[in-house]
Design a protein. Sequence first.
Length: 102
Amino acid sequence: MDLSQNEWAEKLNNTENAVILDVRTEDEVNEGFIPNAKNIDIHKGQGFIDDVETLDKTKTYFVYCRSGARSAQACAVMNQIGFKNTYNLLGGFMEWKGKTTV
């Protein structure tokens, strides 16, 4: 499900067992990221699926990338393999106004 920046942040703050998933490349992550995010690069293809398969499917995942396109793909893939609660950050990290870490 796609959520606006405000909806995503509010839902994240009000969700127990929330996991923030950054699906950008390592170079992008090195430029800054949302605190406590777990990085799994969607460009790894099957490697991405293999890594995601190790995650707890009962948790709620808040997924982002640079602009929101790759994270939308990641949510779709995750939903296909059994994740029930995935939320895509519309506008991605480029439009993120919350806290970041470098």
